[in-house]
Design a protein around this ligand. Structure first.
Ligand code: SAH
Ligand code: SF4
Length: 357
């Protein structure tokens, strides 16, 4: 049997495992302290546990499943990590410095089967879901990186916006959220976490019923079905009517705001008519809708180009005139290819070239 990473268990699951082993359940709280507060990197360091228990944990679990391949730090401090997993595949994780704190963008799948045409991740079909341990370990690796820098910095925010569709790996992503949210561990506030989905309507309904305060972001990217379907084939499965039904159910049940991501692609979704159509679409939920306009990051493999700055400004103005909350997203570390999937695909390209050359 393959060993599971210790970072893949909730405190309750670890407690249950300890009971099964005839140990006291509170030992799980002690382990939690070592893992998430003292942030040790081996079971042997957990000195208030018996030798026998440490031994047993070592036989049963692994620690971090990540091996660092590349770390790139940009001028604005955005730091990109490329990791190798135990099966040799690669994932990337990004650390960003905001004025309100430090956020980490995590990857949830190897590749992505949603296959949006504009996305670098969609070029690599899904090989598998990441395990909960592989997702949590991304945060822990970066927190330890920050610990070593000795400036007392802490990951305060998480965005589930790296490669992969989080709602296509729902159980593992939700368990990850509960682990990092645990107040005896990292205690990252639910309101400081955002999950972004391409629009898996049934999962949005399920998410609405989780009873947690995690933020929801929806990759809308278009103001009508024709444009959306031309870029995102998921829109054929869950067209905008169905997507918005699910979103309305979410807002009804949670009364929480929803972020709508809208990448700005030249000549595709960025006309003044598109802006007006989007404003009309969001008007009924105006108080809870926030639009993020994202300047498109071109991917060499597709024909899409970034909107002209004037088009972005005009689009923004039209939304504002219609009283729709809207921001143009700041870009991070563009010189290190911080956009989702880009470092990895660049690296994989080089690796392929090396192999074939
Ligand atoms: N699969 C999820 C989360 C990962 S993608 C989703 O699609 O929402 C995170 C965000 O980055 C999405 O809004 C996605 O549409 C956007 N994105 C993908 N490729 C991009 C690119 N080249 N430039 C800008 N944004 C991009
Ligand atoms: Fe997958 Fe999101 Fe990229 Fe679409 S935008 S291919 S859902 S990662």
């Amino acid at each position: 049997m393959e060993k599971e990473s210790i970072y893949g268990l909730t405190r309750e699951q670890l407690g249950a495992q300890f009971l099964e082993w005839g140990e006291k359940k509170f030992r799980a709280d002690q382990v939690w302290q070592w893992l998430y507060r003292k942030r040790v990197s081996s079971f042997q360091e957990m000195t208030n546990l018996s030798d026998a228990l440490r031994q047993r944990m070592e036989e049963h679990f692994t620690f971090s499943p990540l091996k660092e391949v590349v770390v790139q730090r940009a001028e604005d401090k955005t730091t990109k990590f490329l990791f190798q997993l135990e099966d040799d595949s690669m994932i990337e994780t990004v650390l960003m410095y905001h004025n309100y704190g430090l956020s980490v963008c995590v990857t949830t799948q190897l590749g992505c089967n949603i296959g949006c045409k504009f996305c670098a991740s969609g070029l690599l079909p899904k090989q598998r879901d990441l395990t909960t341990g592989e997702i949590t370990a991304q945060i822990m690796y970066i927190q330890r990186y920050l610990d070593q820098r000795g400036e007392g910095e802490k990951v305060s925010h998480i965005v589930v916006m790296g490669i992969g569709e989080p709602f296509d790996n729902y159980e593992n992503v939700m368990r990850f959220i509960r682990i990092v949210n645990d107040d005896k561990g990292l205690a990252i506030g639910a309101r400081h976490m955002t999950v972004s989905t391409s629009g898996l309507a049934p999962k949005i309904r399920e998410f609405a019923r989780e009873g947690i305060q995690v933020n929801l972001a929806v990759s809308l990217h278009a103001s009508n079905n024709d444009v959306r379907s031309s870029m995102m084939r998921i829109n054929r499965k869950y067209p905008m009517e169905e997507l918005f039904d699910a979103i309305y159910e979410y807002t009804r049940l949670t009364n929480r705001r929803v972020t709508f991501e809208h990448i700005m692609i030249d000549g595709v979704n960025d006309s003044p008519d598109n802006a007006q159509e989007l404003a009309d679409l969001l008007q009924p939920m105006r108080k809870l809708a926030y639009v993020n306009l994202i300047p498109y990051n071109p991917v060499p493999e597709n024909p899409y180009r970034r909107s002209k700055p004037e088009a972005i400004t005009q689009f923004f103005d039209i939304l504002m005139q219609n009283n729709i909350n809207c921001v143009v997203r700041k870009e991070f570390g563009t010189e290190i290819e911080a956009a989702c999937g880009q470092l990895r695909s660049q690296y994989e390209r080089k690796r392929r070239q090396r192999v074939s050359g």
